[in-house]
Every structure is written in C-alpha cells, then in structure tokens.
Design a protein around this ligand. Structure first.
Ligand code: FAD
Length: 294
C-alpha cells in the first residue's frame, strides 16, 4: 500500500480528492460513480471524512475498505477523537490497517451538534489531534496527516499559538497537513510562511472547493472561518440566480486560485468533491494536472 508522502515527493503539483460517507444506498451509488470517474485521472490519493455518529462512521469504514481493496487509488481515512475511548480508536486504526489503509488523517473533531460548543473529551479518550497522531504512530507503519488553518483554527487565540500547535502535531509524527478552505492564494502562502518560520518543513496541502453553486460558496465561507473578500463576492453574488453563469464564473475563480498555487510550488491540490466528479474533472483538465498515462 502506497504512502501519501511517496506520491507527493515527485516534481510538480498533484491533485487529490475528498469524499464524505454515503448516508443511504442512493448516496452510495453516487459516491461510487464519482470515484470510478475520477480513478482514471490517477489522483495522488482519495480521502473519506469521518462523521460524528455510528452510521456515518460505518459508512466511512465500509467505503474506505472498498476503496483500498477494489480500486487503484491510495486511500486516506479520516479519524476523529470525538466520542471515542482510546480503546475504540485503537480498534478503528487496527481495522483500517487490516483492510490495507496505511494513510490516516488524524483530527480532534468538533463537539457533535454544535461545532463551536464546549469540547468535552471522552472520559477515556483524547483531547487534541496531537495525541491521536502519537497513538496512530505507536500502532504501526502509518503515514499520518493533520489539519491546518490559514486563518487560524476558530478556537485559537492568535495565529502564533495556532502555528505552535500545528508544528507540535508535525513533531508528534505527522507527515503532511491539509489546509482548511481559504479565499486567496496569499492566505495559504502566509500559513506556509508561518510554518516555515517556525522551522517546520512539512508538506502543506491547500484544500480547494470547486465553487459551482451559491451553496458551495456559503460552505467555503462557513468552513474557512473568515469573511469572503469583496473581490470574490463582487464576481459571484450577482450571478446567484443564474446557475450556469455562477458555475462558469466560480470555476474561473477557482482556476485562477489554483494556477497561482501551482506557480508557488504546492505539492498537491486537495479538491472537496461533495461526492461529485464533474467539477473536479473539469478543473484537473483545465490545470493540466492529468498524468500522461490517464
Ligand atoms: C482538511 C480537514 C479535514 C477535516 N476532516 C474532518 C472529518 O473528517 N471529520 C470531522 O469531524 N472534522 C473534520 N475536520 C474538522 C476538524 O475536526 C475541526 O476543525 C476541529 O475543530 C479541529 O480538529 P483539529 O484536528 O484541527 O484539532 P487540534 O489540532 O487538536 O486543534 C484544536 C484546537 O486546539 C488547539 N490545540 C491543539 N493542540 C493543543 C494543545 N496541546 N494544547 C492546547 N491547545 C491545543 C489548536 O490550536 C486548535 O485551536 C477537518 C478539518 C480539516 C481542515
């Protein structure tokens, strides 16, 4: 099984894709159609998020196992510490290993129901992602990723503190970090500069949302934790009632963002697919990220 870092250490910018677990059979069909459509483009890896509840978690485990055994893709399983004892986390990690998943994105997660509510750790659980990185590392030969936040994590008092704890996750054994959504290339590059100034040379990967609908724009604003710049809103908001025009302009915006990130030498562009392949395929083609063998 290939490690993410092996796939990203070659020259040039790769791309990767993120999915969420299916909620029902119809969802599952959509997810697998999308995975099969993206597979021939040879993404560096594919990841599946880890939800807060049992059925969603089963969906992650089932889908990532299928990706590991039935596709040519390099799977990355997300895992959070939410509502899990250390014993349960060990079980999930052991299960990932048993189906051949050797890449784990180790996250603290948010309190279920209210992401900004008080964080209450499981009585036999973990408090921070850093501890999960250490746990995963102690259980075998895994390549471990963590999250990073261009505008700082919403719970961080300031960017210096935020950077300090990100670097601690890397020192605990993380091999790469995927950045939360952001608006301008400079916002990501400032994060990269902060991490480098702290003496850390981890692989830092930008997360990119194809802006195809007003909903994807709202999701980007919510997840980024920052207000969208007027420059972006002025381009997209007037098109909110014209789906075709919004999609065309949104994909132009994202293409420009990605072109700048590629010029800045990022190792990978990590696309949030919303379990659909079309927009990511278009972007990958526009940006010339398709490998010659595809
Ligand atoms: C790429 C990406 C993928 C994600 N995937 C998922 C997913 O699949 N499922 C899901 O539920 N959520 C997911 N999330 C959301 C994530 O779980 C939340 O943002 C969560 O609030 C923080 O998780 P973390 O791993 O960054 O936590 P941590 O790194 O633990 O940080 C949480 C906060 O605590 C601070 N902190 C860290 N360590 C310490 C310490 N030792 N002492 C004091 N303070 C500390 C940090 O600065 C930060 O403010 C994802 C986020 C990103 C960016």
């Amino acid at each position: 099984m290939t490690f993410v870092v092996e796939r990203l250490h070659s020259a040039g910018t790769a791309f990767s894709v993120e999915f969420f677990p299916p909620r029902d059979e119809a969802d599952e069909a959509v997810l697998w159609r999308s995975i099969r459509e993206l597979e021939p483009l040879d993404p560096a890896y594919m990841s599946i998020t880890y939800g807060a509840g049992g059925s969603s978690r089963d969906g992650t485990i089932r889908s990532i196992a299928r990706a590991a055994t039935e596709t040519t893709l390099t799977p990355v399983a997300h895992l959070t510490a939410v509502d899990h004892s250390v014993a349960e986390l060990r079980n999930v990690i052991g299960w990932y290993a048993a189906v051949g998943v050797r890449n784990i994105l180790a996250l603290r997660g948010d309190p279920p129901g209210d992401p900004y509510g008080e964080w209450v750790p499981h009585p036999q659980g973990l408090n921070y992602a850093e501890e999960l990185v250490t746990l995963v590392r102690s259980l075998g030969d895994f390549c471990v990723g963590v999250s990073a936040f261009p505008y700082g994590h919403p719970r961080s008092p300031d960017l210096d503190t935020d950077t300090k704890y990100l670097v601690r996750k890397v020192k605990a054994g993380a091999d790469f970090a995927i950045a939360q959504l952001f608006f301008e290339a400079d916002d990501f590059l400032r994060l990269r500069d902060r991490v480098a100034a702290a003496g850390c040379d981890t692989l830092l990967i930008p997360g990119v949302m194809p802006l195809t609908t007003p909903r994807t724009l709202r999701t980007t604003i919510r997840l980024s934790g920052a207000p969208a710049p007027h420059r972006l809103l002025d381009r997209l908001e007037p098109l909110a009632d014209d789906p075709r025009a919004f999609r065309a302009e949104g994909l132009d915006v994202v293409t420009e963002l990605c072109e700048r990130l590629i010029a800045e030498g990022v190792p990978d562009l990590h696309f949030y697919t919303f379990n659909r392949a079309k927009a990511t395929r278009e972007l990958v083609n526009r940006l010339g990220l398709v490998p010659a063998r595809a």
